[in-house]
Design a protein around this ligand. Structure first.
Ligand code: AMP
Length: 386
């Protein structure tokens, strides 16, 4: 392979990853280049059969159509002319609001067969404007072709003569389509990443089994498990600044301050842009953390799917923690007073989150007493019903 090709491959692998970020949102690959090219060829040849002797004028609606138009023309085999137009809004003096105006149509199209090419038709609002504008001109025949069509979003009755591919009602970018002007140059189509995510909060008192269950659920549902306590402990082990700060609180059974915990949690989420979803274990533990989590996820077009509480009695949990302390050596598991303090912290600061998530209709409660397998089944039933 030439040096140039090696370099190109390297740059492309870096740029066109499975998940990319445009402005504030993540998008994942949705329609491959090969699939797009096949669709373009299909629609171009379909039109070629119908329009062989027509010498049609293909009119591309800018900007989104530029890639489709160009690839289409490389395949369309017969004589044709082409033109590009833009629909621009101008504010009329009437109260009817925005009026659309066509700019850039240079040819005289009277008596000609005109084929408008669109990259995508969703609600049909733009299509309606196009129909109105072209109806006023005395063309011989008027046809519409679109590469992508969203049947679930379409609200109009106008006939669309040629459709490349029907797609679900998801926001897409790439191959000419943009998100706030970015993404048009992508050779493939991407869709918003986070719509099918499962983001779970495992909720419960210390020792309720959140960590144990998270380990099963993360495998079963292919999720990333973030345990705030584990991240703190990792930092303590490595003697980081964060670890030194967290240790003083954790050893006493107190909560680490919100600001520190929230920043850390956000950094952990950011590290996993390709995740199918997250299990938040031990977070949020205060109302401020819950609000911060909601805001942070909303910016990323994500959201909490469910908060599932593992219910267990404090006396049973105390026994469990003391047992665990013998093996783990954790200072906060070995001393009954510290354990009581952790329950107090929970009852005061974390329990109010039950109402917080109940108000959002996202709170589920599961009996946390039983074998590990039994509890996994109970949790899975809730998740599968979401
Ligand atoms: P856990 O093992 O989940 O009981 O957590 C052990 C300790 O880590 C807690 O007692 C807190 O000191 C600290 N910690 C874990 N998660 C949080 C959080 N979301 N907010 C504040 N402190 C936390």
């Amino acid at each position: 392979m030439s040096l140039f090709l090696v370099k190109k491959q390297h740059i492309y692998q870096k740029a066109f990853k499975n998940v990319i970020k445009l402005h504030d949102k993540y998008f994942k690959k949705f329609i491959s280049e090969a699939q797009i090219q096949e669709t373009v060829a299909k629609i171009a040849l379909e039109m070629a059969e119908d329009l062989e002797d027509e010498n049609p004028i293909f009119v591309g609606i800018l900007s989104g159509v530029f890639m489709f138009f160009s690839d289409f023309m490389k395949i369309y085999p017969y004589q044709c002319e082409m033109s590009f137009v833009k629909l621009s809004s101008y504010h009329g003096t009437s109260s009817s609001g925005d009026i659309k105006e066509l700019i850039g149509l240079s040819q005289d199209i009277e008596g000609r067969t005109v084929v408008v090419l669109e990259d995508i038709i969703d609600t049909g609002n733009t299509l309606e404007e196009i129909y109105k504008i072209f109806k006023a001109k005395k063309v011989k025949d008027f046809k519409i072709g679109t590469l992508f069509f969203k049947p679930e979003a379409y609200q109009k009755q106008y006939k669309i003569d040629y459709i490349g591919m029907e797609i679900p009602n998801e926001f897409i970018v790439g191959y000419g389509l943009d998100y706030d002007e970015l993404g048009r140059n992508l050779p493939e189509v991407y869709q918003l990443h986070n719509h099918n995510m499962i983001n779970l909060i495992l909720f419960g008192k210390p020792g309720a089994g959140k960590g144990t269950q998270a380990n099963f659920l993360k495998e079963k549902y292919n999720l990333v498990h973030i345990s705030t306590a584990d991240v703190f402990r990792y930092n303590i082990k490595n003697g980081t600044e964060l670890g030194i700060l967290a240790k003083s609180f954790m050893d006493k059974g107190d909560l680490v301050p919100d600001e520190v915990t929230i920043n850390m949690l956000q950094a952990e989420v950011e590290k996993n842009p390709e995740a199918n979803g997250f299990i938040f274990d031990g977070f949020p533990r205060t109302t401020a953390q819950a609000e911060a989590l909601d805001n942070f996820l909303a910016i990323k077009d994500m959201g909490i799917s469910a908060t599932i509480a593992l219910e267990a009695d404090e006396d049973i949990l105390t026994e469990r923690l003391l047992e665990r302390g013998k093996v783990s050596g954790r200072a906060d598991d070995q001393d009954e007073e510290k354990i009581r303090n952790r329950f107090d912290e929970y009852n005061q600061k974390t329990a109010p989150l039950i109402d917080f998530y109940k108000k959002q209709n996202k709170f589920y409660s599961v009996d946390g007493i039983g074998t590990i397998e039994e509890i996994t089944v109970r949790l899975s039933t809730v998740i599968d019903d979401l």
